[in-house]
Each structure stands twice: as structure tokens, then as C-alpha cells.
Design a binder for this molecule. Structure first.
Ligand SMILES: NC(=O)c1ccc[n+]([C@@H]2O[C@H](COP(=O)([O-])OP(=O)(O)OC[C@H]3O[C@@H](n4cnc5c(N)ncnc54)[C@H](OP(=O)(O)O)[C@@H]3O)[C@@H](O)[C@H]2O)c1
Length: 229
């Protein structure tokens, strides 16, 4: 029987994070969110239903107090800035969460667990150009998300690294399908509702078959190909 009750959502005020908050409450979890002080207001719809700690997700003092008390941690890995935000967040989760806690992290398709992913030219080019430009502007450091996940992959913890494809808004289409590798035909449509990304993250808490995997997820509803005339 899975007895998980109390979960932490790090980065819970963002777009993905708020969907995770809503779904986790629906599933009956006790939820504590860590989010930047300026973003606390974004969680007003759940006032009184969740605990909120106003702090950056890499704030070690806050995580050292919170994480030993939780059964699972959902982390939005966001490589903002050039000071190791994602890797410092991941390290703090690994340092302070209980050894048997389920640790679920979000990231993009560009992350690879075993180097067997097959990327389209478009995605490779986007990562190369956007990655260099964003780092040059000191805005985002995509390599930091790579460092964060490499650190997670090297541990013997109960981690799952969920790799999302191109995100869009809209009603839920159902739990996403997934593959071990980007490039597999069944996820080639490269489309995913953000709400369903969140549902997959929350559902992973109770899915032990996802431990030590990095599922590349995409919508369960593949758009039909245009009719051949
Ligand atoms: N966007 C995509 O197309 C896409 C595709 C595949 C995978 N993903 C993955 O999905 C996850 C979330 O993506 P998302 O697009 O949905 O974004 P999101 O949910 O809005 O999450 C962004 C997170 O970063 C925080 N943040 C924003 N600006 C920040 C800053 N300057 N400094 C520190 N924190 C900042 C946000 O917190 P605040 O509420 O405080 O702003 C939020 O927690 C990420 O792990 C990403 O790698 C995204």
C-alpha cells in the first residue's frame, strides 16, 4: 500500500506548478509549496488549502526544514540565470529529502539519460542557438538543467525525471503516453498539454515502475494526419 501523504511542490506558483497543486489537492495530498516571494499571490485560489513557503527553490535553509517532513517532492527544474539555479535546487532536494522519498523532477526533451535519444534537426538547432543566446544574455543556462539531471541520475534515490515535449494550454486530454527515448515514433507528434504534464508528475508519485527512469512524455491524443487525396 502507498502511504504518501505530504508532498512538497518546488516552483509551485509557475504554470506547470499550479496545475500540479490543483491535481495534488484533488488526489488528497497535503501540499506545501515553495515559490518566490513575488509569486505567492499566484497561489491565492488555493489559500487555506496549502502551506506556502516564500523562498527560491534553491534556498537550502528553507528546504532543510521542510523536506525531511515530506513523503514526495515534485520539483520544477528551471535553469534561470547563470548561477546554477536548477542544479542547486536538485542538490538541495537530494541532500534534505528523506532517503525513501519519491523525487519527481520536470525538464525538457533535450535532457538525456543514456544518450540514446534521437533528436530532430530543429530541436538540436533550437537548443544550440537558444542555449547560447540565453546564456550570453545571462537569462537562462540550459546546461545547468543538464548538470542538475546528471547529478540526479547518478544517485541511488527514488527519482523520476519527466521530460516534457512542446507545451500548450487547454483542457486535459488524459494521462500522457511516454517512451524511454525521444525519437520514438509513438511520441513523434511532440505535443503535450501542460495540465497533463502536471498530472503525469503527480501520478508518478505512486508509480514505482517509473523509479530511476526519464520518461519522455507526449499527449495521449495524436492528431490525425491530414487526409490523402
Ligand atoms: N515551456 C516549454 O515549452 C517546456 C517544454 C518542455 C519542458 N518544459 C519544462 O517544464 C517545466 C516548467 O515549464 P513551464 O514553461 O511550464 O514554466 P513554469 O511552469 O512557468 O515554471 C517556471 C518556474 O520557474 C520560476 N521562475 C520564472 N522566472 C524565474 C526567475 N527569473 N528566477 C527564478 N525562478 C523563476 C517560476 O516561478 P514564479 O512563479 O516565481 O515565476 C516557475 O516555478 C520546466 O522544468 C521546463 O524545463 C517546458
Amino acid at each position: 500500500m502507498n502511504t504518501t501523504k505530504h508532498i512538497a511542490i518546488l516552483g509551485g506558483s509557475g504554470k506547470l506548478g499550479r496545475y500540479m497543486v490543483a491535481d495534488a489537492l484533488t488526489q488528497g495530498y497535503q501540499v506545501t509549496v515553495v515559490c518566490r516571494p513575488q509569486s505567492v499571490k499566484k497561489l491565492d485560489p488555493w489559500k487555506g488549502q496549502i502551506e506556502i513557503l516564500a523562498a527560491r527553490t534553491d534556498d537550502r535553509a528553507v528546504l532543510q526544514t521542510l523536506l525531511p517532513k515530506v513523503d514526495a517532492v515534485l520539483t520544477v527544474l528551471a535553469p534561470w540565470g547563470v548561477n546554477g539555479y536548477a542544479s542547486n535546487t536538485a542538490q538541495a532536494v537530494l541532500d534534505f529529502a528523506p532517503l525513501d522519498a519519491r523525487l519527481i523532477f520536470s525538464c525538457g526533451w533535450h535532457i538525456t539519460l543514456d544518450g540514446q535519444d534521437q533528436y530532430s534537426k530543429g530541436l538540436t538547432l533550437f537548443v544550440a542557438i537558444f542555449g547560447r543566446l540565453a546564456r550570453w544574455l545571462r537569462f537562462v543556462d540550459l546546461d545547468d538543467q543538464v548538470r542538475a539531471t546528471d547529478t540526479i541520475f547518478a544517485t541511488d534515490r527514488k527519482w523520476t525525471v519527466v521530460r516534457g515535449s512542446d507545451l500548450e494550454e487547454g483542457e486535459s486530454e488524459g494521462l500522457p503516453i511516454w517512451s524511454e527515448h525521444v525519437g520514438d515514433q509513438k511520441i513523434a507528434h511532440n505535443r503535450l498539454r501542460r495540465i497533463d504534464f502536471a498530472k503525469f508528475m503527480v501520478a508518478a508519485i505512486k508509480n514505482d515502475s517509473l523509479i530511476k527512469t526519464a520518461p519522455a512524455i507526449a499527449s495521449c491524443c495524436i492528431e490525425p494526419l491530414p487526409k490523402q487525396i
